[in-house]
Design a protein around this ligand. Structure first.
Ligand code: BGC
Length: 764
């Protein structure tokens, strides 16, 4: 198996560089401070407020379009940056306008939602997290930075690190799933990848951690809906990934749309000042989410002028698309609602980001046409994306070893996603150029060329309802097949009858997940289910590929389909990567980072839940009165957190501790022996969980605390170790102190969160 870490250092890290500027270095810091002070002394109040204004340029739509003239605003010094602008030349021209035509020549921040790659598209972040491969995730972010920066963009609105336990919420696609520890590791890897060491080379860009905070906990999974939770849950579950990203040096943070304790995050002083700046020592700047100062009034609080004042005072430094700062701060100052210091504070933070990016030294450093030509969508990046995509797929079921398929005979490739290049990248793929990408059909044909035949039939449209299909497919109208369901089915059955094996490319459309894409029914659309039933009725072996931007409900499919590979939206190279796994060139190793429910009624569902006072005995399969369970469904998800199969098998044995008592300054070694008991090399993700048996507040039944992705040859064994220190046992107690409490603990090891072996120890 190829080693991603080796591949990426060689391929991705280019040599281009300008002088590094680290504000941690006192001399550099003083230099930056005096540069900015001198610049600010020349700025008018209007120019200062202009730096706090971030309108959209409108080439890409990620919110309501507000009619405004970007060029005029730039020349007049009325914007500090812009986003949703596409095209290296256009961006350069705009930057030139700022530098040459505005009075002080202050360069612009140019943002974009580069969420999982640019032109080389990686799997959606939820998929990418299923690799559990931090060097790979860092390399993906690095690659994205290299490509976007060559096209003029210096600021990505990523990583999105919102924990979510609700797959109805379409934005689960953008995050790393349900676990705070894994989520924190992913957050760190992405920040490192985007910003590099100092965020100063011409291929290092500014990261923006979002959406601070708790956005993933929207009630009922409905986007933008109310959030209301205890501080305990905030600190122990939802906050850790944001904090990890801040600790890793993320230079900007985006506040969220939702309420936190009844106050919109955008103007929540406790959140932005007490927690973010004082407790976590965040030194960068905060940008609001799209139009969120304007939405304060809609939440039922103040109107725009008052909300703008409160947002600034709370710690929002840049206003994305509300035009509240640019429109009202001057007046607010005159009325004494904000102070000059508060305005200056925000301006300084924004200018510091520009300084750290090196924009004052060279405003055009991110407009490198040569780099754009040679690096964007280059061979090395595509190879990396293909490898990572293959690692992100999760093999959910493989009865009788249907997979991998032999490269011989005839393969029927059927399904609405089998011949669709536009759906491969997934949601939030603004740098994507689908004309350059393959469809799965092409990927299969290339993989089987000269060895086996591919016979393709669409089988059905994605959804029966054309409006729904148009709404959630990038090029929905072009893709829809005008034939009747019967005609499409007949063609598919003919293809199936002639083949040795059927591969069904099913699932949701790329835009059925992402922002504003909540769903209440997470099962396969009815028309696809009918197709699947008909394919199964042929008696031929069926492999289902499930394309999804979230954990979907596959209870029926699990009962009836022998092999299921969850392929998420794997990015520009997904078709080749899927072929790699389906035909056995790559052994699947992805493991779920979010529970897959039995049905929607189980949601919210997550492995690290509390025990309750009336827990269900896991050995009892039936409903029990006066116990915390359902009349009509199990408590357990269909596929648990951490789950995923391989073409080989692993055995976990000899789980042991080197001692039973842990004291301050000490550690316990938990070791488990993992053996590859099959006949193929494979990568296994070994997981360790901890349970605090008795806390001063209730503690979860298990929490992921360590994992290791190891590669084992057939027959090979490896001892995998988790060094348990008191630090690893800490949590936020009732008074929100981060403590490890003496007492009894359980440590668990296993291939997923369900199949674990367990040992006990005490902390003294
Ligand atoms: C989203 C953000 C995004 C912003 C800018 C908002 O609607 O919530 O995640 O970064 O738009 O596109």
């Amino acid at each position: 198996m190829k080693n991603i870490a080796v591949l990426t250092t060689a391929a991705v890290i280019s040599a281009s560089s300008v002088t590094a500027t680290t504000p941690a270095d006192t001399a550099q810091r003083e230099k930056m401070d005096s540069f900015i002070s001198s610049l600010m002394s020349k700025m008018t109040l209007e120019e200062k407020i202009g730096q706090l204004n971030l309108p959209s340029s409108g080439d890409i739509m990620t919110g309501a379009v507000i009619d405004h003239n970007t060029e005029a605003a730039v020349t007049q010094g009325k914007i500090g940056g812009t986003f949703n602008i596409r095209g290296a030349e256009k961006i350069r021209a705009l930057q030139q306008l700022a530098v040459e035509k505005s009075r002080l020549g202050i360069p612009l921040l140019i943002g974009m939602d580069v969420i999982h790659g640019f032109e080389t598209v990686f799997p959606i972040p939820l998929g990418m997290s299923c690799t559990w491969n931090m060097p790979a995730i860092e390399a993906a972010a690095r690659t994205a930075a290299v490509e976007m920066s060559a096209s003029g963009i210096n600021w990505t609105f990523s990583p999105m690190v919102d924990i979510s336990r609700d797959p109805r919420w379409g934005r689960m696609a953008e995050g790393a799933g349900e676990d705070p520890y894994l989520g924190s590791e992913v957050a760190r890897a992405m920040v490192r990848g985007y910003q590099g060491k100092y965020m100063s080379r011409n291929d290092e860009v500014m990261a923006c951690v979002k959406h601070f905070a708790l956005y993933g906990a929207a009630e009922a999974g409905r986007d933008y809906n109310t959030v209301d939770m205890s501080r305990q849950r905030m600190y122990n579950v939802y906050f850790p990934p944001y904090r990890a990203a801040v600790e890793e040096g993320a230079a900007s943070v985006m506040s969220s749309f939702n309420l936190v304790d009844g106050i919109p995050a955008t103007e929540n002083r406790w959140l932005l000042d007490d927690v973010l700046r004082r407790q976590w020592k965040f030194g960068g700047f905060v940008v609001t989410d799209y139009g969120s100062i304007g939405e304060v009034a809609v939440h039922g609080l103040e109107d725009l002028p008052e909300a703008s004042a409160r947002a600034l005072k709370a710690g929002s430094d840049m206003d994305m698309c509300s035009f509240g700062f640019i429109g009202t701060l001057k007046d607010n100052l005159e009325k004494g609602k904000v102070t000059m210091d508060e305005i200056d504070r925000a301006v300084r933070r924004v200018l510091e980001a520009k300084y750290r990016l090196g924009l004052f030294e060279n405003p055009y450093k991110y407009n490198d046409v040569e780099r754009e030509k040679t690096q964007v969508y280059c061979e090395a990046h595509r190879r990396l994306a293909r490898e990572i995509a293959a690692q992100s797929f999760v093999l959910l079921k493989n009865d009788g070893g249907v997979l991998p398929l032999a490269k011989k005979g005839k393969v029927a490739l059927v399904g609405p996603l089998a011949n669709s290049a536009v759906n491969m990248p997934g949601t939030w793929s603004f740098g994507a150029v689908p004309e350059k990408y393959k469809s799965l059909k092409q990927g299969f044909e290339d993989a089987l060329e000269g060895k086996a035949e591919v016979v393709y039939a669409k089988g059905c449209n994605l959804y029966e309802d054309p409006d729904l299909e148009a709404g959630c497919t990038v090029l929905g109208h072009e893709m829809r097949d005008p034939r009747t369901e019967e005609e499409l089915l007949a063609e598919a059955l003919q293809a199936a009858e002639s083949a040795d094996v059927i591969v069904a490319a099913m699932g949701e459309a790329a835009e059925s997940s992402g922002e504003s894409s909540s769903r209440t029914d997470l099962t396969l659309p009815a028309t696809q289910r009918r197709l699947l039933e008909a394919l199964l009725a042929t008696g031929k072996p069926v492999v289902m590929l499930n394309f999804s931007g979230r954990p979907t409900v596959m209870t029926w499919e699990t009962e009836h389909v022998p092999a299921i590979l969850n392929v998420w939206f794997g990015g520009s190279e997904a078709p080749d990567a899927i072929a790699d796994v389906v035909f056995g060139d790559v052994n699947p190793s992805g493991k779920l980072t979010a529970s897959m429910p039995v049905n929607v009624g189980q949601i919210p569902i997550y492995y690290n839940h509390f025990n309750t006072g009336r827990p269900k005995d896991p050995s009892k399969r039936t409903f029990t009165k006066y116990i915390s369970n359902y009349l009509d469904a199990p408590n357990e998800p269909l596929y648990p957190f951490g789950y995923g199969l391989s073409y080989t098998t692993y055995d976990y044995s000899d789980f042991r501790l080197d001692r039973q008592k842990l004291t301050e300054g000490d550690s316990i070694r938990a070791t488990v022996r993992v053996t590859n008991t099959g006949d193929r090399e494979g990568a296994e993700i070994v997981q360790f969980y901890i349970r605090d048996r008795k806390g001063s507040v209730a503690r979860p039944v298990k929490e992921l605390k360590h994992f290791d992705r190891i590669i084992l040859k057939p027959g090979e064994s490896r001892d995998v170790e988790f060094v348990i220190t008191p630090e690893k046992l800490k949590f936020y107690n009732y008074d929100l102190e981060f403590v490890a409490e003496p007492g009894e603990f359980e440590v668990m090891a296993g291939p997923d969160s369900r199949r674990v072996q367990s040992l006990r120890f005490t902390l003294e």
